[in-house]
Ligand binder design. Sequence first.
Ligand SMILES: Cc1cc2nc3c(=O)[nH]c(=O)nc-3n(C[C@H](O)[C@H](O)[C@H](O)COP(=O)(O)OP(=O)(O)OC[C@H]3O[C@@H](n4cnc5c(N)ncnc54)[C@H](O)[C@@H]3O)c2cc1C
Length: 463
Amino acid sequence: MKKKDIIIIGSGIGGLTAGALLTKKGFKVIIFEKESLIGGRALSFNTSNLTIDSYLKILSNYNMMIPFSEPELKTIFEKKKLLGYKLDLGYHAIGGGVLSNANSVLAELNNHVDILESYVGLIKENEYVFPFLSKIDKIKIFPNILRLLLVSEKTLKKLDPISITETINKYGRGKMKLILEIFSRSITTINNLDLISTGEMFRSQRNLYRGSKPVGYPKNGLESITEKLADYIKQNGGKIYLNKKVKKIIIEKQKTKGVIVDNKKYLSDIVISNTLVQDLFKIVDEKNFPKDYTKNIKSLKGTGSLCAYYSLNKLDKELIGKTFHFIERNIGIDGNDTVGMIDFMASSPDSGIAPKNKFIVQSYIICNPDEAKNFEILKKLKILLDKNLEIIIPDYKKNLNWAIYPAIWHLDGVAKTIENEKPDIKTPIKNLFIVGDSVKATGIGFNCALNSARDLVEHLSKK
Ligand SMILES: Cc1cc2nc3c(=O)[nH]c(=O)nc-3n(C[C@H](O)[C@H](O)[C@H](O)COP(=O)(O)OP(=O)(O)OC[C@H]3O[C@@H](n4cnc5c(N)ncnc54)[C@H](O)[C@@H]3O)c2cc1C
């Protein structure tokens, strides 16, 4: 291999974004992906030819399971009820809508993805409002939004150790309190407001305000983004190998030399790991790293949720394209209250993820990773998800084709909490870098993964 060859481990959104942008900069990129599909947790798959076993296997590979479904999952598959659908692993909304971070990366590659986008409404006890903020609310909070957009990084750093609980106690009055309670949770996927950093929350929120509308969903699913990135890599000389698990990262004298795949050595100048950071030491010998670094990485925790996909045979046109938050109080889980979303963006026939005259409603409710494995808690959360959909569509059960409830305990690689110190893109090993949502970068989830890759490309381009 010539100089500046780069090996990327994993084709999640972080690995693909880094791969595409580095290809554009003239680096020679090879991606090894252990699964048979690209995308990582931003995965879309055609469910028509899927077997129940392969579905459950994909989910378990990504720290997920299906605790409930309607009818039984076995029946859903036997009756081929998933024919013609294209699903993601679970509920996905991309922060920032049409002008999302994803489209700014694609613009650099002279490409674009069509994104359905929405403001957010609120489901109350017996009714719903859309949008959440009235014109008067917007006028009232406009000075706060302006301040947020203009706030310096120095001020945000000062707010990093301040919890949202403290911020609410100081500034949370009226609707502002509700905004902070709901948006802090939905942006970070963490219910416990004591754990959410005000600085990080504001950084992520600012990132959203710079988009067009707060949330979006790409037409034809998440794969419309990941495929465009992968196509760019392949069309410009890069390579993506599927079903190729990296067994080991080779390190000599504190410097990375390449990787081992299928007992073969592949040498490169730079190695970028896109794996969950907690899995890093499964493929690299931890004795090469300072003890504090390894200890911190091993202690990092992700976020969790219970999602629901409802397929409806009928849907009021008024709802199509809209998204709603809800908050449920005093339910006895970590953080006491929980927030969720019920989303009709993907119900649009333009979403391309459901057969004609079937409408997908995506939803999720937040819990922590341990709660996402606790059947009794999940039962409680499922009731709350169904109840909130019922407030919007009282007779939805009459029109229910099927419902699948995926639970996930690694939605975000690393939760952006005050306790978790996300690692930097640079590691203590020379020429070994990490990208993905486990890494320190702007935004949460999908956007964090993508932005970590942009940060890395900027760093490597400067070198
Ligand atoms: C159900 C669900 C719902 C979500 N909802 C949202 C949402 O609404 N909004 C949002 O912003 N984010 C959401 N997320 C989070 C978002 O999907 C992730 O933040 C993002 O996709 C993570 O990308 P990544 O690049 O960090 O890594 P990943 O997607 O984890 O990709 C890592 C890749 O590395 C591969 N790999 C690992 N080890 C090896 C190895 N040894 N050799 C080769 N390949 C390897 C994996 O197979 C994988 O493809 C959700 C996630 C899930 C699962």
